[in-house]
Every structure is written in C-alpha cells, then in structure tokens.
Design a protein around this ligand. Sequence first.
Ligand code: B12
Ligand code: SF4
Length: 475
Amino acid sequence: MKCVLTQPKLPSLYQKPKEPPLNLAILAAVLEKDGFTVKCLDMEARPAGDFIETLKEFRPHILGLSATTMGVLSVSRMARAAKDLIPGLKTIVGGYGISCDPDYVMGLGAFDYGVIGEGEETLSELCNKIRDGKSVEDVKGVVWQDGDRIIRNEARKPIQDLDALPRPNFDHFKVHEYGKSLPIFTTRGCPYHCLYCVVNKVGVRGSRAKSARAVVDEMEYYLDRYNIRVFSVVDDNFSVNKKRAHAICDDILNRDLKVRFLLGQGIRADNIDKPLFQKMRQAGCPIVAMGVETTNPRTMEALRRGISLERIAESIEDAKSAGLIVKTFNLIGGPHETFQDIMRTIEFNDRMNVDIPGYGVYQPLPGSDLLEWVKSDPDARMNPRYDPYKWSNPEGTIGPEDIPFETVYFRFEERYKAYRTCLSSINRHLVKGFADRHLGRIARLFYPLLLNKPSLFLARKLYLKALRGKIEPWD
Ligand code: B12
Ligand code: SF4
C-alpha cells in the first residue's frame, strides 16, 4: 500500500526551510518498517505544482498531512484537492493543529482521520487497520469521521522508550539542498506548564528522553550517511536531566566526532549550570537559547514559568563566560505587563549583552491557557481581526492590526510601538556587536553614528557572519 506524507507551504511565512522536516522523516521510517511504500513531499521546499503531479503519478492510498495551527487551512485545501483527484483516498491529519483543537480541524470536513499527540504508534496502527480493512474504533489517539459524527477515541499514552523508535529517514529529502544541518530530537514533553505554551499538547507533560548513547549514535549515523556534522536540537528541554546532557557531551568527545549541536530552540535557564555550559561548549555546542519572556515578576508568576529573572541572568552570564552565543526569547504584553516593562526587558537584554535577542508578541493559540486567560480576564480584549488559523508574518515582522489582544493597561497602539522599539533595539544591538568586534576602542564609542540604513545593513551582515563562523562546522 502506498502513502504520501506531506506538509504545506505557508505563503505567509518568510523563512525558507533550512532543514528537512523531522516529523515527516520519522513518520516515513515508521510506515516503511510496516511495509508501506512511502513518498515524502515537503511543500515548503518544492514548487506548488509538485503536489498534484506526484499524486497523479504515485496514486497513493493514504495521504498523511502535517500541520501546525497556522498550517491547518492549507492542508485542508490540499486534502480536498487530493480526494477530488483520487477517489477512495484516505486522508489523515496530524501535528499541533489537530492536537490543539481537534473539533475545529475535523469540522473542516477534509480529513477522514486525525491523530492527536505523538504520531509514531498511532499512525502505524491506523494505517495497518486501513490496509486490513478493519475498524479504527479501538485505535487510541485517533479522531475520525463516521458519517456526520466525529468520534474521538481514547487518548494514547506517551511513548516511553524513545530509543526504540526507528531512525528518521532523511533519504526522502535532498538533504544538502536545504543547508548544512539536520534536526534531531533527544527528549519529548516538558515538565512545566507555562500559560502561553502548547508543546505538551503533543509531547504530554513530563519529560522522556533518548539515552545519551542513542543520541550520539544518531549523530554518527548522519555524519556517515550524509556527511552532516551540524545538528539542531528541537527539544524544549535538552538539559532537563543534567547527567544525561553531560553523558551526551562525554560520548561525543570520546568518539572524537567533531560535530556541532545547536540548542537554538531553547533550554530552561534553571536546568543548567556553569560546568554543563563548559562541557557543552567543549563538545561542540556553540549556541544556546533561553526564554526570558518578561522582567516583571508579577507577569513571570502569572505565566507560571517557575523561574526568577535572577536565575535567568545567572545562566546567561554562565553561558557567555563558557564562550557560547546566547540567544533569548522575549515576549511582549503578558498579564500585568505595561509598555515600561517592555523597555525594561530591552534594557535587561542590553545589560546582559545577549548576542541575539528575539522579540515576539503573545499568541493566544487554540488549546492554550493564555487563550482562556484573555477570554476571562476583565482587563483583556481580543483583537476581533485576529485569527490564529490565518496568522502570518510575511516579512518577518507584523503590522499594528496583527497584535492578537490588548489590556486596559497596555493598548494595541502601545503594544505595536513596543514591538517596533524592540526591533530597533535589535538593530542597535547588532551594530554595537559589530563595533565591539571590528572597530577600535575609541571608534566603538561612536557606534550610534552607524545607525543609518547602509551601515546597518553592512554591520548586521558582518556581525551575523562572525556569529555564524562560530556555528559552522570544521572544514
Ligand atoms: C523545529 C520547529 C520549527 C522549525 C521546523 C518546523 C517543521 N515544519 O517541522 C521552523 C523554524 C521552520 C518552525 C517554524 C514555525 N514554527 Co515551529 N517549532 C519547531 C519545534 C521547536 C520542533 C518541531 C519538531 O520538529 N518536533 C519534533 C517532531 C518529531 O515532532 P512534531 O513535529 O510535533 O511531530 C510529531 C507529532 O506532532 C505528530 N505529527 C506531526 N505531523 C504529523 C502528520 C501526521 C499525518 C501524523 C499522523 C502525525 C503527525 O507526529 C510526530 C511524531 O510524534 C516546535 C516545538 C516542539 N517542541 O515541538 C515548534 C512549534 C511546532 N512551532 C510553532 C510555531 C508557532 C511556528 C511558526 C508559526 C513560527 C513563526 N512565527 O514563524 C512557524 C510555522 C511553521 C509551519 N510551517 O507551520 C509552534 C506551533 C504551535 C501550534 N499551535 O501550531 C510550536 C509548537 C512552538 C510552540 N511552543 O508554540 N518551527
Ligand atoms: S518551559 Fe518551555 S516548553 Fe516547557 S511549558 Fe514552558 S515554554 Fe513550554
């Protein structure tokens, strides 16, 4: 039986994919193990016409579509077009979109089945039932359409033995056309429950981890097979078990692998200490991202982050002193936060000399507790134009009409102004970073003179190039 696995291109997103999709690669490996013939179509990276062309040629029996909330409408269009083309085709949707809001997604009427949470076991069981012409009513983790009724089966328990999963099969992609790195996951789930976060809708609260040996075996395998030595760790909590993180580093060093692993998706600043930063740097980790999110203690508490700003500051210092590039995530406009608080967040990032400060607005996504907070707090009001399913950031920035919600103490206009101020602070920061690296001590004092468009462009380019130099692999 033939299956196509795909993810959509989101026209609204500015980024070109730099790595092949891990979700499709692992699901393909699972289905291949079960004897299915699989084709993966990453529509982020392929011309739009390839989708229909491939379906016409390959004539699959099953179409698996992966979507975040922002991708759900695109995959529903794809599923409809595919069903029109191939009568009897079964469509299955998975990923964050359906996991966060199954009723909405199944209500679109384009999918026969939805998979909630982790896909490996559920997709395997579901496809085998379809192949054998059996009922899916006992397949845990599935939502399905029975005539007009939408039926939600019992939830599936999280996969405990991550080492037992098959290795993602990146042979389905032209790996080197994407870039120089591959994504890997080493843990799943997160023990925390921050107000705005939905990662546990897939990973389930708590944390499960691959063994250190399995992680390093996987790196070594990709190195041999694709000559790739840079790995983006997509975990939310790589170092939740510090002992395991040390063991991964030790194993990389013992095998003398000369790989780089990037922790650019973020680690908790309180799950790490100076010796671990030092060990990670030594083993080939050049960059680490940490969530700051807010500098207002009341907001920090309302976000249920379970961490203090002092602890975050300590970890930023430790990471920098270990020679790591530090990236931070900062959010604009949480509960109790005002315009002045955002200015303090900018000051904090400046003071800590963060290498790459990142700023974004909160998104009350379906399934998140933040959405419940916005709906129930008397001081908060949703932007009637905001639709998470259509949310976009075409140029990498957003317009004033895209701010999802406001509060009486932090209005839409102020939020937009704060956002713009954050963006200019990044420019100022990059120019300062450039001046620090490339100009003499006296010239450095005059860096504000460089804050014009041409110098900004050049300074930004050179500064990022210098940082990239630290990240890219050995020749
Ligand atoms: C790496 C990453 C990216 C990468 C690659 C994305 C990609 N296409 O894989 C990049 C940088 C491109 C990216 C971009 C964005 N991302 Co992103 N990203 C992540 C991150 C950190 C890891 C994803 C990953 O690879 N996980 C490992 C794989 C194996 O797990 P998985 O993708 O969840 O897939 C499993 C299940 O979901 C399920 N499944 C998935 N697809 C399918 C399909 C079928 C048929 C089935 C049966 C099952 C199934 O099975 C898989 C195996 O168990 C997650 C956070 C996280 N920890 O998961 C955020 C996350 C997915 N991203 C998010 C967001 C918001 C974005 C952006 C909108 C950001 C932006 N403003 O630009 C864009 C949109 C991307 C898009 N195309 O929709 C949100 C999604 C929230 C939501 N409700 O949808 C997340 C959850 C972050 C967060 N904490 O909020 N992202
Ligand atoms: S610590 Fe990170 S991954 Fe975990 S719930 Fe909070 S934001 Fe989400």
